[in-house]
Design a protein around this ligand. Structure first.
Ligand SMILES: *Cc1c(COP(=O)(O)O)cnc(C)c1O
Length: 216
C-alpha cells in the first residue's frame, strides 16, 4: 500500500506540536517507512525485536527507533546499542536487564514504565503501588533513565471509559515532576488522549493502513 502523505501532514497539523508522533510501522515493509521518512518523519515504533533490528539495518541512521511492544529480557541485547526509547517496561527484572545492557554499551537508555490502566486483564503494566516501588529502586540503576509513563486504554466504544483511563494515567504522571513523556493514544483514541494530556502518540493503522498479520 502506498503511504497517504496527505493523511500524515494533516495528522501533524492536528497534533500541532502538542504531542510527538511515533509512527508505528510494525508488519509494514521498509518501502512504506522510507516514504514516511522522505516526508520528514523520524520517530518510528516497532514491537518485535527482530523486525526492528532488520529495519534499522536497512533504513537511514538518523531514525529514532521506539520499542513499543512487550520486551523479553533475553532480547534487550539486540537493541541496546541504538534504541531511542523503550516504552513498555513492565517489570523490575526487565529494567535491570536494560540497565545491564546499557552499561555494556556505555549509554543511558531512556525508558517509560507501562501502567495497567485498561479493564482488560491481558494488558501488561504496573499499578500505582508497584510504580512507587520501582521509582524508589531505580536511582540505583545508572544506565537507565525513566522519563515517563506509557499506557493503553481499553479497546472499547465506551469513550468515557477510555477517557477515564487516560485521566488515571495522567494523574499518576503528574505525581512524578521529573517525568517528561506521557505516551498514550493510538489510531482509535489519540484525540481523547491528547485532550487528557498525552505528549506522545503511537499511531499505526491511520498512517500505514490496516495491518495484515496473515500474509507473513
Ligand atoms: C500496534 C500498536 C500501536 C498502534 O496501533 P494503531 O491502532 O494501529 O494505531 C500503538 N501502541 C502499541 C503498544 C501497539 O502495539
Amino acid at each position: 500500500m502506498a503511504i497517504n502523505i496527505e493523511k500524515y501532514t494533516s495528522l501533524l497539523s492536528e497534533l500541532n506540536g502538542k504531542a510527538t508522533l511515533v509512527a508505528v510501522s510494525k508488519t509494514k515493509p521498509v518501502e512504506d517507512l522510507k516514504a514516511l521518512y522522505d516526508a520528514g518523519q523520524r520517530d518510528f515504533g516497532e514491537n518485535y525485536v527482530q523486525e526492528l533490528v532488520d529495519k534499522a539495518t536497512i533504513l537511514p541512521k538518523d531514525i529514532r527507533w521506539h520499542f513499543i511492544g512487550h520486551l523479553q529480557s533475553n532480547k534487550v541485547k539486540f537493541i541496546a546499542s541504538f534504541v531511542h526509547l523503550i516504552h513498555g517496561v513492565d517489570s523490575i527484572s526487565l529494567l535491570k536487564e536494560i540497565n545491564k545492557e546499557g552499561a555494556k554499551n556505555s549509554r543511558v537508555i531512556d525508558c517509560l514504565l507501562q501502567v495497567h490502566i485498561a479493564k482488560e486483564e491481558t494488558k501488561f503494566g504496573f499499578d500505582a503501588r508497584e510504580l512507587e516501588t520501582i521509582m524508589n529502586e531505580s536511582p540505583a540503576l545508572k544506565n537507565v533513565h525513566i522519563i515517563g509513563l506509557m499506557g493503553m486504554a481499553s479497546f472499547s466504544d465506551d469513550l468515557n471509559l477510555v477517557r477515564n483511563e487516560f485521566k488515571t494515567l495522567r494523574s499518576l504522571y503528574t505525581t512524578y515532576p521529573k517525568f517528561s513523556i506521557l505516551s498514550m493514544g493510538m489510531s482509535g483514541d489519540y484525540t481523547i488522549a491528547i485532550e487528557e494530556g498525552s505528549n506522545m502518540v503511537r499511531i499505526g493503522s491511520l498512517l500505514f493502513g490496516e495491518r495484515n498479520y496473515s500474509k507473513s
